[in-house]
Design a protein around this ligand. Sequence first.
Ligand code: SAH
Ligand code: TMP
Ligand code: ZN
Length: 407
Amino acid sequence: MPQCRICGSDIEAFMSFGQMPIANGFLTPDQFADEYFFELAPAICGNCSMVQIIDQPDPSKMFHENYAFFSGTSKYMQVHFAAFAAAVQERHLSGSDDPFVVELGSNDGIMLRNFASQNIRHLGIEPSKNVGDAARESGVNTICEFFGEDVAGQIVGEYGQADALLAANVMCHIPDLTGVAKGAHALLKPDGVLVFEDPYLGDVVEKTSYDQIYDEHVFVFCALSVANAFGRHGFELIDVEPQITHGGSMRYTLAKKGARQASEAVTVLIAKETALGLDRPETFDKFRQNCEASRDQLMAVLNDLREKGVRVLGYGATSKSTTVMNYCGITPAHIAFISDTTPTKQGKCTPGAHVPVKPYEDFVADYPAYTVLFAWNHSREIMEKEQAYKAAGGKWINFVPKVAIQE
Ligand code: SAH
Ligand code: TMP
Ligand code: ZN
């Protein structure tokens, strides 16, 4: 029987999304024959409440010199990370003469550039070489490593302990969370803080946003499971702050046990999660039923449009869309191509479903009648940008929180 990555208890999947490819593994037709697949099946641990996928491909298959996701492609995320950095600086660095900030999964430097520009000592840990190189070129100090206990020891040896360890949309990617927690404990000063944010389980359950579950997201966190997992390694959850990013995220602040006072917000959120049943199997049985209904409704819409010969495109070849397309059975016969602004994705096909990805200019040049909004988490930014599409009569197909055509 598979075991919980946090506490070692036996776990069992509450559903399967079926065979899935690497979510960011955009590929060319000559690579179709060798495409890698694994079974995507989430479980909840009955002992520590951690939601996790049972099998995860080896990290080296996902994070490498050709990693397709560049954080800086979203303008709104640039604003978000500037505010994140400012909040950390104000709350956690003001007492230190020569503060030192470390970030895991620093990608193209979208967060750390806000510290670099003020000459604050910083270090990014980024195993995907191409995105890390982009950060270095823009003046963000970055090393190409997977964070863990060994790397934490090396950093302390070279730079000393850190005031803050930050992570956005990466903690939930790391299967050896125990190694990260131990490394974080060694890396931080006695009153240092670990601040990280990830898509929030409460939102995933409430909005049936099952597309947050894919190979890279080995965990889907909530305050209950984060407090349990880090509590085992000398940390205490001292603050929680909801974020609107990535369709609903939570920012968790942890300090060494006893070092800081926990905020009231932690108690309130944990009580809310217990009331919502985020620690109970029945909740995930209902979630499975909601996923199946969402899939059936989306395919009813797409099959109907296909039969009528209506031209449909996709918007945003997100990693999340890999789960949607492969679970629902979307093919190039349903969606002619997906528009995406990321140069490394353009000219390739989506993993598993093999829908072509084309530059944004191709979308603008010939508007389709309907567009599936795969990048629904950037909806605000995209709706602002795409008023001409709407004015031309174009319609959006949404699937979160409900399958609906936006007239
Ligand atoms: N923080 C950015 C990037 C998130 S994508 C943002 O929020 O937009 C996740 C990043 O974490 C990728 O760039 C990936 O290469 C990196 N990563 C994956 N495993 C890691 C690990 N063990 N340690 C540090 N970074 C890791
Ligand atoms: P994300 O959901 O993982 O942030 O990925 C968003 C993807 O959508 C990324 O490949 C870039 C693409 N994108 C566009 O093509 N146009 C846009 O306006 C935005 C915001 C994103
Ligand atoms: Zn467990």
